[in-house]
Design a protein around this ligand. Structure first.
Ligand code: C2O
Ligand code: CU
Ligand code: CU
Length: 592
């Protein structure tokens, strides 16, 4: 019954032997909305045949408890930082991109000759918690520099004045989010509301199942056997970690026994850098007609949508709420979820018909396995899928957008000589002296210059509460970047192909010279289309190579200092993050 994975190398761990764990639930109402969560070292077994691993986790667990809250019922969390060194992850850069046999080192366990980073080994547990997707007052949003030292508690108020959605909470420390999240500091947070209950969607076990997908790697002992020691490994050519083992709810390639019924899966990509394109195979045939997507980052879509033809793409931090119908399947049937996305992801398509051959070590995807479903037991009621889901939002009105303030942000990759390249975001403002960035659409050319290049540079974005703005994300790199805004969700307006030229030396420490034209490169393979499942309320949007994405942004909830960034954690930690300050309109006349 196993789907043949013909190009796959034999995996050093047996797939589909561990049951999918369900994270423990922390239901806020049962605690009067007052929760205490300790952040501490713990141990965790990632696979039946692996020794236990040391981790840092919320309540010492991987993933942390799933916090469940009700719309309109505030939650206060006392985050107790009880972390202690030693830091449980070995961080290393392998000296070569491939081993003697030509296998990319990122596909292999162990350090591949890399020296353990002693600065990482010296971390003792500063943390700060961000509720991703939360409409959270600025002082509780988890600003990357406002750390809780070990022993220092922090009491954060979450108003929960927001629609039902799958959120997640994770560490957000400046420069080391990639390490802290990798060590285990992440958990799910579900907001529930009346609209979802009216629609009679499955809520709670057994038919609502969260799936937190991550990738991890481990060390080897002197006999070449896997240890449980977590390894965060990069190589001289790829600055993001793309570990070989896919972990769902804390287990490598687990299996979930399902009844012949409809299940609701709340899916989050919580990986540092990897993008997944998930396909579901029955034997070897894709069966996407079983899947209906009903929600995205900030909750329900207006109407259910089919999964995109080639599979469900989720970059780091993106979420999907999907119903999967197993009701016609006889006991013993098995469905396998595979990933067909190469890494680093650049938006390239991969036909679903070829999914069983997705294994691609060159593409840092040695094992496409994600998860298996095995049907067992008695049929249960199948859910009827409502035709109409959300009724509480519309596409932004054209009038509101016509006069909206526009902002432009360029994503660029800067060569650093002997260090790995640095990914940076450049905020663009009116042209002045110095190098120019021009964006032309054929009729009109807009001329910009860089006004901010690093996280510490002065803030240039001061959006006014209640007003629409259009943010233009211009990708001048070869990879897809999932750009995330804190606070209110946004909607995508357009995704357009571009051609660009960057003159020799055009990307400096803070300067940028580039000529961008809205037109397709002749050899560009991407369709630059907006998927149906992206037409909801999003907080993270993929910006592919050779592409400009425009989003309609409107902050309604709180004024204060927030951040936006690429959600590839290795990018966020190395300069793809910038502040913005939301402003009450009455204060604008007083701003210099
Ligand atoms: Cu999930 Cu600022 O991040
Ligand atoms: Cu966030
Ligand atoms: Cu990025």
């Amino acid at each position: 019954m196993n789907a043949p994975l013909t190009h796959a190398k034999p995996a050093p761990l047996a797939p589909f032997v561990d049951a999918l764990p369900l994270p423990s639930r922390l239901i806020a109402l049962e605690h009067d909305g007052r929760l205490t969560v300790s952040i501490r070292a713990g141990t965790h077994r990632f696979h039946r045949d692996l020794p236990v691993s040391s981790v840092w986790g919320f309540e010492g667990m991987v993933p942390g408890p799933t916090i469940e809250a009700e719309r309109g019922r505030p939650v206060t969390v006392e985050w107790l930082n009880e972390l202690k060194g030693p830091f449980p992850v070995l961080d290393t850069v392998a000296p070569e991109p491939a081993d003697a046999d030509g296998v990319p080192v990122q596909c292999l366990p162990g350090l591949s000759g890399g020296e353990p980073n002693r600065h990482a080994a010296g971390l003792t547990g500063h943390t700060v918690v961000h509720l991703h997707g939360g409409l959270t007052p600025a002082s509780y949003d988890g600003w990357a520099e406002n750390l809780f030292a070990p022993g220092q508690p922090a009491v954060f108020d979450y108003p929960m004045d927001q629609r039902a959605a799958l959120l997640w909470y994770h560490d957000h420390v400046m420069g080391i989010t990639k390490l802290d999240v990798y060590a285990g500091l992440a958990g799910l947070w579900i907001v529930r509301d009346e609209r979802e209950r009216e629609l009679e969607l499955p809520e709670g076990p057994p038919f609502e199942v969260p799936l937190l997908i991550q990738d991890r790697n481990f060390d080897l002992d002197e006999h070449g056997r896997l240890t449980g020691q977590l390894v965060h490994k990069t190589d001289p050519e790829v600055m993001e970690a793309f570990p070989p083992f896919t972990v769902v709810n804390g287990k490598v390639w687990p299996v979930l026994e399902v009844r012949p019924a409809t299940y609701r899966f709340r899916v989050l990509n919580g990986s540092n850098a990897r993008t997944y394109r998930l396909v579901v195979l029955h034997e070897v045939a894709p069966e996407h007609e079983r899947i209906t997507q009903i929600g995205t980052d900030h909750g329900l879509l207006r109407a259910p949508v089919a999964v995109p033809a080639d599979g469900l793409v989720l970059a780091s931090a993106e979420r999907a709420d999907v119903l999967v119908d197993f009701s016609d399947l006889p006991p013993g049937s098995e469905l396998t979820v595979l990933n067909t996305a190469r890494a680093p992801f650049d938006g390239s398509p991969f036909p679903v018909s070829d999914a069983e051959n997705a294994a691609d070590p060159e593409g840092l995807l040695p094992y496409p396995q994600v998860l298996r479903f095995r049907v067992a037991g008695e049929p249960a009621n199948s859910v009827s899928i409502p035709r109409k889901l959300a009724t509480d939002y519309e596409a932004p009105p054209a009038e509101a957008l016509a006069g909206a303030r526009r902002r432009a942000i360029a994503l660029v990759e800067r060569e650093m000589g002997d260090e790995p390249n640095m990914l940076t975001m450049r905020e663009l403002g009116p042209a002045g002296d110095g190098p120019l960035v021009t964006v032309s659409d054929g009729d009109e050319t807009t001329r910009y210059r860089v006004v901010a290049a690093h996280f510490e540079d002065a803030t240039t974005f001061f959006p006014m509460l209640g007003e629409y703005e259009v943010w233009q994300l211009i990708n001048l790199t070869g990879d897809t970047h999932p750009i995330h805004l804190h606070l209110d969700p946004f909607q995508i307006l357009s995704r357009q192909p571009i051609r660009y030229e960057i003159p020799e030396g055009g990307i400096g420490g803070r300067e940028l010279a580039a000529t961008v034209t809205l037109a397709r490169e002749p050899d560009d393979e991407l369709d630059h289309a907006i998927d149906d499942n992206e037409r909801g309320l999003k907080d993270t949007i993929r910006v592919n190579p050779n592409e400009i994405v425009e989003i309609a942004v409107r902050f309604n909830s709180y004024s204060g200092r927030y951040m936006y960034h690429c959600h590839i954690l290795e990018h966020e930690d190395r300069d793809m993050m910038r502040p913005f300050v939301t402003m009450a309109p009455e204060l604008m006349p007083f701003m210099a």
